[in-house]
Every structure is written in C-alpha cells, then in structure tokens.
Write a protein of this length. Sequence first.
Length: 601
Amino acid sequence: MTPPTAPLADTLLPVPPRPRRRGVELAMVAGAVLVCVYGYRTAAFARHATVSAAADRQTAALALLALLAHLVVRLRAPHADPLLLPIAVLLNGLGLVVLHRLDLDAPGRAAAPAQVVWSALGVGLFGLVVWVLRDHRRLERHAYRSAAAALALMVVPIGFPAVNGARIWIRLGSLSLQPAEFAKVLITVFFAAYLAAEGPVLAATGRRPPGPVRGTARTACRAPATRLLRVPRRLPPIPFHRVPRPLGAPRLLRSVRPVLAIWLAGVGVLLLERDLGTSLLFFGAFLVLLYVATGRTGWVAVGLLLAAAGAGAVGALEPHVHGRVQDWLHPFAAIDGGGGPGQLAQSLFAFAAGGALGTGLGQGHSWLVGFAVRSDFVLATFGEELGLAGLTALLLLYAMLVARGYRAALGLADPFGRLLAVGLAALLGLQVFVITGGVTGLIPLTGMAMPFLAQGGSSVVTNWVVVALLVRLSDRARTPRPDPPAPSAQAPEDAPAGADRDLPEPRTLRLSRVAGTGPVRAPRPGSPGSGRLPSRPASATPAGRAGDGLPDTAPPPHPVRPWDAPAAADEPFPPREPFPAPHGGHRADGAGGAAGEGGDR
C-alpha cells in the first residue's frame, strides 16, 4: 500500500530544527528590567535626590512578573520567538517609569501603583492563554461567537454617561473599564476566520477568468512562441465546462457585503459612541487583513474611500468629533484668541522643548499639558524628557514587536493562523500610529491609550493578551517539522521468486493522458515489454493464453503511450504490436503457440 502522507500543515513548510533561545530570552528580560530600574533611579534623583520605597516595590513587582512570564513561555511554548516577551516587558516597565515620574509632581494622584496591579492581571492572562491554548486553530471554531461578543462589548457603553465627550467607558464606582479594548481582539479573530474562508472568493471578484473565451476556440492553449512549431496532429478537446464564469452582479454584491457591513459598523460606533479611534482601528485592521487575504489593492481603495466618506459625514454632523477636527486644523487658535494654549498646543511645545536628546528624565514640565498627561499625552512627556532619540527608540521597539508578529505569520501554514498573526500585529501598529499622529498633529486626536505606556487597565490587559497570542503563534511557526516521508520502494512479500525486488508495490503510475492526468496500470511481470521472464514456463500456462503466464480471466493490460509523449530509450512501455493474424495465425514476436491455439484477439 502507499504510505500515508503527512498533513498539509506539515508538508507545506518543513521547518528545520533551530535553537530554542530561551536563555537568550531570559537574558534580554533581565536587561529590560535593569533598564527600568535605571529609569526609576534617574527620575527619583532628579526630583527628590532619594529613591522612595514605592519605586522599590514597583521594580520588584515588575521583575517577579517578568520571571513568571518567562517560566510559562519556557514550559509551554519552548519554540516561541525570543524577542516578543522582552519587548513587552520593556514597554510595560517604561510605562511604569513614566507614570511614577508624573506621580512625583502630583503625589495625591498616584497612578503607578494601580498600573502595577493591572500589569499583574495582564501577565496572569498572558500565562493563562499560553498555558491553556495549545493550538490557535481552536479559535477559528468560535469566530461568530467572537463577533457577537465584540458587538455586545461595543454596545454596552452607550448606556453609560459620556466621559470627556465620548461614550467608551463603563464606570462602576471607582472601577472603570473600556470594553472596546477587549473587543478589538475578538473582532480580529472573527476577521481572520471569515477572510480565511472567503478570501479566494473576494480575490476572484471582478476578475476575468483565464483561458479561452467561452464558446470560441481561439486560444486552445497558451504556449510560448518557441513551441508553436511543434503542433500535434490532433488537438485535445477544449474543456469549456471547466472554464470559470465571471462573477455577475448578484455574486459581486454578495462579495462586497462584508466590506459594507464593517463600514456601517464603524460609522455606527463613530455616531453612537463618538469614538474616532475605535472606528479607525477596526476598519483599518479589516482593510489590512482584506489586502493580505486577497492581494488586491482595489479593495483597499474602496475601503479608504468609504472611510473618508463616513468620517467626513460624521465630522460635519457630530459636535464632539467636529471639535476635535477643528482643534487639529487650528491648534493655536486659543492662543490667537487671547486664551491659554490647549492640550494639543502644549504637546507640540513639549516636543519642541525636548529637542534631540531631551531635558532629562524627571526634568521636564509635562504637568502643563493638563489632566490627560497620563493617558492621551503620555508620549509628550516621553518626547520632552528623552528627546527625539528616546522617542525614536521607543517607536522602534513597537516596530520590532509588529515585525515579529509578521515574521510569525510567514512561518505558519494555515490561512487562519497567518491572518490572525497579521491582524494582531496590525492592531498594535495601527494603534501606535493613531496615537502618535494625534499628539504630534498629524491626524485628529482619538482618545486612545498608547499600548503598554499610558495609564489604562483595559489597555494593558488587552495588550498582554495580544502578546500571548503572538507567542503561541510564533511557537507554532518555529516548531521543527520534518520533511514528508518518501514512498517506500520495497517489493511486496508475496512477489514471485523471479521478480525484481526494486519494483514498488503500487501497480498504478501517474501518466499524462490526452486531456489530463490519470492512473494507468503498469505492465505485469510476465507481459511482453516488461523486461522480465514469465514466472511460469509456457507449457504450464492455461490454454488460450500461451506464453504470457496469465489465466484467461485476466488479460494482460498494456499501457498506452500518450500521443504527445516523446519516446525514451529506457521507457517501460511494451513495443507496438501489429494486429494478430486472422484465424489463429502466429504472433509477430514468436511468443504464441501453434496455429489455432491463440484464437482471435
């Protein structure tokens, strides 16, 4: 029998063994913790010349959380990317350092201790996801449940009062949550599962099918000019029934329907919640996945046009969104009118004061930005005190995190895993772009939190879950997979004594036919042209089939050489035989018996 083939996921991309690099990961995690310890000491000495006990407790908690996360990865994902966890630890630690530095200017409004608690919860969920989720393909089964849960999480804040003009918060006493942060992971799982199934249909939408035009025989085959001289005598029939038909208007509308549905959902979020950032993030992630799944820029162009139309209409009708657009277009209008500078103007002044190298950690004036200095404008503090060099290094850390997510996608074999890795990495990249562009005046402010850096428990927990999924995906992509086993070439045990032992057991060969490929039986050991002697003497053969060693009930099959196959010197086909002589004549090769014994063929 033919040996069973390996699964598709193991045969497409064989991965050779590579070092696990868990020791390298531990060294980089330790280096990230040491960088954060240095930041705590620098900020404390710049403000009060002493290090507080709160700073020591926060650094110890960060080191313990980083060690626990590393142990989970070492035990449950030993082949994961060694850069993902150290980058996440460093970004989270830098966020704690900046929040602690801002707490030194306002001791009564400490935000760093609460951020440590949320970080502990995020690391706990990180370990739970890595430990429990052994195969990412299980998430594909719950695609529609994820979509329903994401829509429910986005609708719930509508019933709560607005905070700073946006309805994106759920406040229960002193506890506040932002459900849109959790919804972005769930909606990405749904996008990846849907496009993994419908991507080929969307890729074929509007394209002219290849091959001949239906009903004509102008282009029977598309061959190079050098092969036009070798025209066979008889062309194979054109399989018109196999030519794909172009998609009509109903099929086109069914294909465009998901794009329109996601666009309407984004516009609805923008209208009901007045949240520009969430709508941009969801629609942008969908466009990225749509391009990756189909490879067509036309869908991206349609999506950008729809996004621009929706944002323009909502910006003109919704007062809160319209005010943000006006602040973006005229950031110094309040100063020109005789009032004080707004938050965006103060953010631009902070970046200008930082220069190339910054004023030094703890020596800036970030408190001038206002109440949002810990959340929306935390990047302004970073740019002022660490300068353009520190801001560039921070953005490069985010870029490395996104790049490692894309690298994990390249190593995966299943479409769902590839799209999920690309979607999660694109979420982080789009969020960083939207926030950085808002505080630098590139695009309007959105009110989103910088991943790992800004104050916000929902954001920190969600980002740790995203890193956990990327760790699991990279472990799957980097796990060694051997090459598929080659077919066995041993002869069957019940073969005749005179048979060659190097003959493969299957009796079918893949040979090309006139209009395709199909199985053609190989010659038997005793048939003419097989290159071997018959297994029994001719005298012991039954009457009627003299010389071929086979009974009457099993006529010897002969493979037919294809009409366009060239003749080879070592071909296994039998030679062409003339038609037998009528009324029992002798065979041309002399293998037949006496006259009258062979009979008519």
